[in-house]
Design a protein around this ligand. Structure first.
Ligand SMILES: [Fe+2]
Length: 256
C-alpha cells in the first residue's frame, strides 16, 4: 500500500469462486436483454442509494477526457434491500456481495493492525451501527463494449478499497511511482487497490493509486467498493461533511 497502492490476493475460496461464476452468467443474460427491459431497473443517477442500472453513454470517470465511457453497469448498494432489483441478477449478486463483505472485514482488520489501531477500528467506519445507517459497500457489475485505446480513463477511487477479481484477464493498468502505467497481471485472484480515504487518513503514506483500464474485447468486470458508512464524518479540504455526501459529490462529477 505504501509503495504501489495495491496488493494482489491469491485465489479465492471455492464458494467465492462459485458465487462469482453464477453472477457472471446472470450478468451476461441481463446485459443481453433489450434496452427497454434494462431501463426499468434505472432508479436514478449513477450512485443513487437504490443502485440499479446505468446505460451506455452516461458515465465519464475521467471528465477531463471529454469522452463518455463505453460501459453499462448494474449496482447493488445493499445485500438485504433487493426487492426492486432484477430477481435473476439479485440472487447471485447478493451471494457475492456477502462474500465480499466478509473479505472487507478481514481487510479492514489487517489495515487496523498495519496502522497500529484497535482491531475493529475500520470495521466501525464501514459497517453501520445502528443498521439503519447506510453501509459503505457497493457491488458494480460492468459490461464493457469492445474498444481500442483506453476503455476507462485514469482516476483514483473515491473511498477505501476496491476489490476486483481479475481471473487472469488483462486490462487494469496502475501508475507506478515513476509515473509509468503498467499492466496488472495475475493468474487467478483479486487485485485490491487503496482509494482516497486511505491516502487521507495516512497523510499520503498509503497511495490512492491512479489507474485505468485499457481497451480490448467485450468483458464483464465486477469491482466491489468499500468505504465509510454513510453517516461517518470526514473532513475534506477543511470542510466537514458526511462520507455519504462526499461520495455523492464525487460520483456526480463523473456523470455529467
Ligand atoms: Fe477505479
Amino acid at each position: 500500500m505504501i509503495k504501489y497502492g495495491f496488493v494482489k490476493l491469491a485465489y479465492p475460496k471455492p464458494e467465492t469462486h462459485d458465487s462469482l461464476s453464477a453472477l457472471l452468467r446472470a450478468a451476461d443474460v441481463f446485459f443481453s436483454k433489450p434496452q427497454q427491459f434494462k431501463d426499468q431497473y434505472t432508479f436514478g443517477d449513477y450512485g443513487n442509494d437504490k443502485g440499479g442500472y446505468t446505460s451506455i453513454g452516461v458515465e465519464s470517470v475521467n471528465p477531463n477526457s471529454g469522452k463518455k465511457d463505453s460501459v453499462q453497469n448494474y449496482v447493488f448498494r445493499d445485500d438485504s434491500v433487493v426487492d426492486h432489483h432484477n430477481p435473476e441478477l439479485a440472487k447471485p449478486a447478493v451471494a457475492y456481495f456477502r462474500e465480499m463483505a466478509r473479505l472487507t472485514r478481514c481487510l479492514n482488520s489487517l489495515s487496523s493492525l498495519a496502522l497500529d489501531l484497535p482491531l475493529q477500528k475500520f470495521n466501525e467506519v464501514t459497517f453501520p451501527s445502528p443498521p439503519s445507517d447506510k453501509n459503505g459497500l457497493a457491488l458494480r457489475i460492468a459490461k464493457y463494449e469492445p474498444v481500442e485505446g483506453i476503455r476507462y480513463g485514469e482516476h483514483t477511487d473515491y473511498q477505501m478499497f476496491t476489490i476486483l477479481y481479475t481471473g487472469g484477464e488483462e486490462g487494469l493498468q496502475v501508475q507506478l511511482p515513476s509515473g509509468e502505467f503498467e499492466d496488472v497481471t495475475f493468474e487467478d485472484g483479486f487485485v485490491v487497490n487503496a482509494g482516497d480515504f486511505w491516502a487521507g487518513i495516512t497523510n499520503g503514506r498509503w497511495r490512492s493509486v491512479t489507474h485505468r483500464v485499457k481497451g480490448g474485447g467485450a468483458r464483464i468486470a465486477v469491482p466491489f467498493f468499500t468505504g465509510p458508512r454513510g453517516s461517518w464524518r470526514v473532513t475534506v479540504g477543511g470542510e466537514e461533511l458526511t462520507a455519504g455526501e462526499w461520495l455523492a459529490r464525487r460520483l456526480a462529477k463523473s456523470n455529467k
